[in-house]
Ligand binder design. Structure first.
Ligand SMILES: Nc1ncnc2c1ncn2[C@@H]1O[C@H](COP(=O)(O)OP(=O)(O)OP(=O)(O)O)[C@@H](O)[C@H]1O
Length: 249
């Protein structure tokens, strides 16, 4: 199973953010998408999920070109992103039900999956009866994730999934994603939480100055574990000439 992106370009008001990106994601890949603030990670993900229109680019999923509304991909997408927040007027239970209906899950399947997911991620009694407008940041992240996974998507897109989660919830999410990874699923995670990414990513993708600066195995990025991921990223993105020594301190 492959998701292929060809010659993806996006600019805002004449300023190029993504310049002719070519990428192939394969089933089994857990891709850690890294890059400095403003390097285009969210823009890239939003182009991929059709939330914003790229200037140009082609998308192929399982060998077929995606045109128009890209429905074959959208049906199997699970997305957690601040740009698509859960409906605040809904209770957690309503929101899960809503997503279950969108994905046409039968009642028994919906009940089983939503109960298992919410039992795993939530402790607070009655949380599903609360309106999402009354949820904390971490609770919103967790309900968004539960809703995104209900239909067992084969392409999971997570934009900063760890931000706002407490350390317990982070461990739960990491363990869930490690279990979720399979040969017929792609997981793409944009995150600045490098130590967490290190635990799940099999492949690292670094965006910088409109281009892919690195695309390869996590082991190659960290030089077989001799470097931590943040060290490797720093060396790629910060030229030696810019590494200030502060010899006056
Ligand atoms: N709607 C928009 N209009 C104009 N420029 C935009 C818009 N959205 C993003 N940009 C610009 O595109 C560039 C990439 O932004 P993007 O949000 O994709 O970066 P990012 O890598 O996700 O950043 P961060 O790590 O800070 O979340 C930035 O220069 C940003 O200012």
């Amino acid at each position: 199973m492959e998701l292929v992106i060809k010659e993806l370009r996006k600019s805002y008001s004449g300023k190029t953010v993504l310049d002719a990106l070519n990428l192939t994601f394969r089933g089994g890949d857990v891709i850690g998408l890294l890059g400095k603030n403003g390097s285009g990670k969210t823009t890239f993900l939003n182009c991929l999920i059709d939330l914003i229109a790229p200037d140009s680019g082609e998308f192929y999923f399982k060998g077929e070109e995606l045109t128009g509304d890209r429905l074959p991909l959208k049906r199997v997408l699970g997305i957690v992103s601040d740009v698509i927040p859960p409906v605040p007027e809904f209770t957690g239970a309503d929101y899960l039900r809503f997503m279950g209906l969108i994905h046409k899950l039968d009642d028994a399947t919906f009940q089983k999956r939503s109960t298992d997911l919410t039992n795993f991620f939530f402790d607070e009694p009655g949380v599903l009866k609360k309106k999402i407008s009354q949820y904390s940041t971490g609770m919103i992240k967790k309900i968004s994730f539960c809703a995104a996974i209900l239909h067992i998507p084969s392409v999971v897109i997570l934009d900063e999934p760890f931000a706002g989660l407490d350390p317990i919830a982070v461990r739960q999410l990491i363990s869930f994603l490690q279990t979720y990874r399979r040969a017929d699923r792609i997981i793409l995670v944009a995150s600045h939480d490098l130590s967490y990414l290190e635990e799940i990513a099999t492949r690292i993708l670094v965006l910088d100055e409109t281009q892919i600066k690195f695309d390869g195995k996590l082991a190659d990025f960290t030089e077989q574990g001799t470097k931590v991921i943040s060290e490797a990223l720093f060396e790629i993105l910060v030229p030696k000439t810019k590494q200030t020594t502060f010899d006056w301190l």
